[in-house]
Design a binder for this molecule. Structure first.
Ligand SMILES: Nc1ncnc2c1ncn2[C@@H]1O[C@H](COP(=O)(O)OP(=O)(O)OP(=O)(O)O)[C@@H](O)[C@H]1O
Length: 779
C-alpha cells in the first residue's frame, strides 16, 4: 500500500505523468525498478540497495494486504523490518546526496519519499522517485489520503489543497486549479456550493466551506530595482504562482540547486492588476452578502512593504478595497430602510484602540449575538461615502505608522474597519437583518533585521510577529481540526475568531513582492496563504435575521426618514462651512498679497525697516490694522467687503445651526410622543426609545461640550481644526514621513504637518467624491 507523497507527485509530474488524477490512484501495476534504473543510469552499491529496497517494497505491500486481512503479528513484524530498511535508506540517501553534489549537473536530482505505512516513515527524502509514485495504486487508504491532502492535490473542490512542490525538472504540467467558492448570496447557496464540489456538511444555516485566498504581486519598487533585484515570482494561468530560489553567487555548494516551488490559489493578481479588479474579484461578492444579512471579512496578509495598505486603502487616485467596498455599499443601498454604522480600531502592541475617538485602550469581550466586540468602541452612523471617507481619513491620521528600513510608511498596527448594515422591512413583517463587513489591514510580518533595531521598533515588531504567529497557530489548529483553537493567544486572533472559525465568508489577500531579495518573506507568505486555504469555515446560507415581536414599522420608518433628513442638513452645513473657509482664505490672501507687491516695497526705505515695522505690528496685536492704514483705499474697501461677507456667512450658519437643532428637538418630541402612545413592554418601541434617548443625550453632550469650548456639534465635524502635532494624511502613503509624538504619546505617521488641509485631502469632504470614485471604478 504505497503512500503518495509530495516527492512522488513532483517526480510523477517530471516524467510527464502529471495527468494522473490526483486522489484517484491508478489501478495499473507498478512498473519494476529496472525501468527506473535504466532511466537513471546509476551503478554500484547504492543502486543495488535501492533496487533491493524497491523489490522488497512490493513484496511488503502484498504481504501487508494479507496481514491486514489475516492478523496483526505478521504486520507488526513487517513494519519493524520496514523501519530498519528505512533507516538504512536514510543513511544511503545522505551518501547519495553527497554523491549527487559531487556529480553536479550530471545526475538529474530527484526527490523520493521513504514510503511506508507508518506516518512517521512518510517523510520526504532526496533521491530517486520510486516507480510506484508515478502510478499510485488503488489501495490508497485513509493514511494515504491524509498525506495526499497535504500535497499538491488541487482541483478537488474545497478539500483540495496545495503545498509548495519542490521542482527540479522544468515544464511542469499545468496543475488543475481549485474550484473557487462562490460566496453565498441566497438561500440556494448551499446547493450551489455542493454543486461546485464544496464540502457540504453544514447545518441548515451554514455550509462548511473554506477561506478564499488570493495573491497579489506588487510591481518592483525603485529601491529594489536599484539594488539589482531579479524577479523570483512567476504567475501562471492567473491561478498559480511559481517561486524561484536563486542561488547566491557565493554559495558554491548550492550553486546548482536553484529550485522552484509552485502554489495554487483561487486567483493570483499580477502587478498590473488594478484596484478595481482586485476588489471585484475578491470582495464584491462579500458586500452583496453583507447587504443580505451575512458576515464577511477581508484581510490582507504579507511581509512589510508588500502592498497590504495599498490594497486595502489605496491612494487618492487608486482607492483600495476599503474605499471601493464602501462606495459599492452605498451605491447599492438605495432604499431608505437601511442603516449603516461604522467603527475603526487598531491593535497596536497588543492593545485595542479606537481610531475614531482615541482614548484609553479597549477591552475585548464575547457577545453571544455579535461575537467578539471591543467594549466602548465608537460606532458612527453614516449616510454617504463622503462621510465614510472623512471618518477613514480621521482614523488613519490616528493610526500608528512609522518609517522602517523596508517601508517608508510602514503600518505598525493591525487596522480593522467594521461596517454594520442593518435592514428593516417596511412591509409590516417587521424583519430585521444585520450584516457585518470587516476589512482588515494587518501589520507586516517582518524579520528583525529587515526593519529596525531601535527599541520601540523592535518591540512593535515583536508584537506584530507575536500576533501573526498566533494567527498561524490558529490556522494550523483549524486545518488540523483540533478541538482547541488558541484564539486567546493574541488580540488579533480574538478579533478574527468569527472570521476564521465562525459563520463568515472570509477572503484573504496575500501580498507579495517580486524581488528575489524578499524571497524568504514571499515564501513564508505563500506558505501561510496556502495553509489558510485549508481552513474550513461555516459559510452562512441564511441571513442574520430576526422578526421583531410587534410590528412598529411606522415608527421605524419615521426614525430612518429623520436620520436621512439630518444627513441632508449636515451636508448643507458642510457646504456652508466650506464657503466660509474659502472666504476666510480669500480674506487672508488679500491682506498678505499687497505686502509682497513691488509697489508696496517702494513705500519702504530699506528691507530691514519693513521687517522691523511688521514685527512691531504683530507684537502690538494689530497687524492688519497697522498695515491697513498705509494701504490704498481700494484695498481697504476690498477687505471690508470680504469681512462683511464672512460675517454674513457666519450669521447664516449660526441661524442654520439653530434651526437645525430646533428641528431635531421637534422631531424628537414627536417620536417620543409616538412612543408614549405604545405599551411600555413593546420590544420594538424599546429599541426606538433607546435610539432616541441616545441621540438626545448625544446632543446634550454636544451642547455641554460646546459650552465648554469643545468641538462636538454636528457642524463642527466638518471644520478642520489645525492639527497640533504632525500627523499622516490618509492618502499620503507614498511620501517620507518624519514622525512626531501624538497626544497619547505614540508616534503617528506625519506627512502633513501643522499646515491647513491640502487640496487633495479636502476632496474627500466634497460631496462629488463618491461619484469620482465610482467613475474611477467603472474605468
Ligand atoms: N499594487 C501596487 N501598485 C503600485 N504600488 C504599490 C502596489 N502595492 C504596493 N505599492 C507601493 O509599495 C509601497 C509599500 O506598500 P504598502 O505601504 O502598502 O506596504 P505594506 O504591506 O502595507 O507595508 P507595512 O506592513 O510595512 O505597512 C508603497 O509605496 C505603495 O504605494
Amino acid at each position: 500500500m504505497p503512500v503518495v507523497t509530495r516527492s512522488r507527485v513532483s517526480a510523477a509530474r517530471g516524467d510527464g505523468a502529471g495527468a494522473l488524477p490526483w486522489g484517484s490512484a491508478s489501478a495499473a501495476p507498478a512498473p519494476r525498478h529496472v525501468a527506473s534504473q535504466s532511466h537513471h543510469n546509476h551503478h554500484g552499491l547504492k543502486e543495488k540497495l535501492r533496487a533491493l529496497t524497491q523489490d522488497y517494497e512490493q513484496q511488503k505491500q502484498k504481504q501487508l494486504l494479507a496481514a491486514s486481512q489475516g492478523g496483526g503479528a505478521a504486520a507488526r513484524q513487517l513494519r519493524q523490518s520496514i523501519r530498519c530498511l528505512n533507516a538504512a535508506q536514510v543513511a544511503n540517501d545522505e551518501n547519495a546526496e553527497e554523491e549527487d553534489e559531487e556529480d553536479g549537473g550530471r545526475v538529474a536530482k530527484r526527490r523520493y519519499d521513504a514510503f511506508g505505512l507508518v506516518p512517521e516513515a512518510a517523510v520526504l527524502r532526496e533521491n530517486v522517485a520510486p516507480p510506484q509514485a508515478r502510478a499510485p495504486s488503488n489501495d490508497s487508504h485513509a493514511v494515504v489520503l491524509a498525506r495526499q491532502a497535504k500535497d499538491n492535490v488541487v482541483g478537488r473542490g474545497a478539500n483540495a489543497m496545495s503545498c509548495p512542490t519542490k521542482k527540479t525538472v522544468p515544464a511542469l504540467p499545468v496543475l488543475p486549479v481549485p474550484t473557487a467558492r462562490k460566496l453565498s448570496l441566497g438561500g440556494a447557496v448551499g446547493g450551489k456550493l455542493k454543486a461546485a464540489g464544496e464540502v457540504g456538511a453544514g447545518t441548515a444555516e451554514t455550509v462548511e466551506s473554506r477561506i478564499l485566498v488570493f495573491v497579489r504581486l506588487r510591481p518592483m519598487s525603485r529601491k529594489e530595482k536599484e539594488a539589482g533585484s531579479r524577479s523570483c515570482v512567476k504567475i501562471v494561468n492567473r491561478k498559480e504562482v511559481s517561486l524561484t530560489e536563486f542561488a547566491s553567487e557565493n554559495d558554491y555548494l548550492r550553486l546548482k540547486r536553484v529550485r522552484d516551488s509552485q502554489f495554487c490559489f483561487d486567483s493570483v493578481f499580477p502587478d498590473s492588476t488594478t484596484q478595481a479588479e482586485v476588489y471585484s474579484t475578491s470582495t464584491a461578492d462579500l458586500v452583496e452578502g453583507v447587504l443580505q444579512g451575512r458576515n464577511g471579512t477581508v484581510f490582507c496578509y504579507g511581509a512589510t512593504g508588500a502592498g497590504k495598505t495599498y490594497t486595502m486603502l489605496g491612494t487618492m487616485e487608486n482607492p483600495g478595497v476599503m474605499v471601493l467596498a464602501i462606495n459599492d455599499l452605498f451605491s447599492k443601498v438605495t432604499q431608505r430602510n437601511y442603516s449603516i454604522k461604522l467603527s475603526y480600531l487598531e491593535i497596536y502592541n497588543e492593545t485595542v484602540r479606537d481610531l475614531l475617538s482615541p482614548g484609553s485602550p479597549l477591552n475585548l469581550r464575547e457577545d453571544k449575538q455579535q461575537g467578539t466586540v471591543a467594549a466602548g468602541l465608537t460606532q458612527r452612523s453614516v449616510y454617504s461615502t463622503d462621510e465614510v471617507m472623512e471618518l477613514l481619513q480621521k482614523g488613519n491620521k490616528n493610526r500608528t505608522t512609522e518609517p522602517t528600513r523596508v517601508n517608508e510608511t510602514s503600518s505598525r498596527s493591525h487596522a480593522v474597519l467594521q461596517v454594520v448594515v442593518e435592514y428593516r422591512s417596511l412591509d409590516g413583517t417587521n424583519l430585521k437583518r444585520v450584516g457585518k463587513l470587516s476589512l482588515i489591514d494587518l501589520a507586516g510580518s517582518e524579520r528583525a533585521l529587515a526593519t529596525d533595531q531601535r527599541t520601540l521598533r523592535s518591540i512593535e515588531g515583536a508584537n506584530i510577529n507575536r500576533s501573526l504567529l498566533a494567527l498561524s497557530s490558529c490556522i494550523n489548529a483549524l486545518v488540523e481540526g483540533k478541538k482547541h483553537i488558541p484564539y486567546r493567544n493574541s488580540k488579533l486572533t480574538q478579533l478574527l475568531k468569527d472570521s476564521l472559525g465562525g459563520s463568515c465568508n472570509t477572503v484573504m489577500i496575500a501580498n507579495i513582492s517580486p524581488s528575489h531579495l524578499s524571497f524568504g518573506e514571499t515564501q513564508n507568505t505563500l506558505h501561510w496563504a496556502d495553509r489558510a486555504k485549508e481552513i474550513k469555515t461555516k459559510t452562512q446560507t441564511t441571513a442574520n435575521e430576526e422578526v421583531l415581536d410587534q410590528p412598529d414599522s411606522e415608527t421605524a420608518v419615521l426614525v430612518l426618514e429623520l436620520q436621512r433628513e439630518n444627513c441632508v442638513l449636515r451636508e448643507q452645513l458642510a457646504k456652508q462651512q466650506q464657503k466660509l473657509l474659502i472666504a476666510e482664505a480669500q480674506l487672508l490672501a488679500s491682506k498678505t498679497l499687497p505686502q509682497q507687491s513691488p509697489a508696496r516695497s517702494s513705500h519702504v526705505s530699506t528691507p530691514g525697516s519693513t521687517q522691523r515695522k511688521t514685527r512691531r505690528s504683530i507684537v502690538a496685536g494689530n497687524y492688519f490694522n497697522t498695515t491697513d492704514s498705509k494701504r490704498p483705499t481700494t484695498d481697504n474697501a476690498q477687505v471690508r467687503e470680504l469681512q462683511r461677507k464672512v460675517k454674513t456667512l457666519e450669521s447664516e450658519m449660526d441661524k442654520m445651526k439653530k434651526e437645525h437643532i430646533l428641528q431635531l428637538k421637534q422631531k424628537d418630541e414627536f417620536i417620543r410622543g409616538l412612543i408614549n402612545r405604545k405599551a411600555p413592554n413593546n420590544c420594538e418601541e424599546a429599541t426606538v426609545d433607546r435610539r432616541v434617548v441616545t441621540r438626545a443625550s448625544l446632543r446634550k453632550a454636544q451642547r455641554d461640550a460646546s459650552a465648554t469650548g469643545e468641538l462636538k456639534s454636528p457642524s463642527h465635524r466638518f471644520t478642520s481644526p489645525a492639527p497640533t502635532a504632525k500627523k499622516r494624511t490618509f492618502w499620503d502613503i507614498g511620501g517620507n514621513s518624519p514622525s512626531v509624538l501624538a497626544a497619547n504619546g505614540r508616534k503617528t505617521r506625519s506627512h502633513v504637518a501643522t499646515e491647513t488641509p491640502k487640496k487633495g485631502s479636502s476632496k474627500l469632504l466634497q460631496p462629488g467624491f463618491a461619484r469620482q470614485i465610482s467613475s474611477h471604478r467603472n474605468i
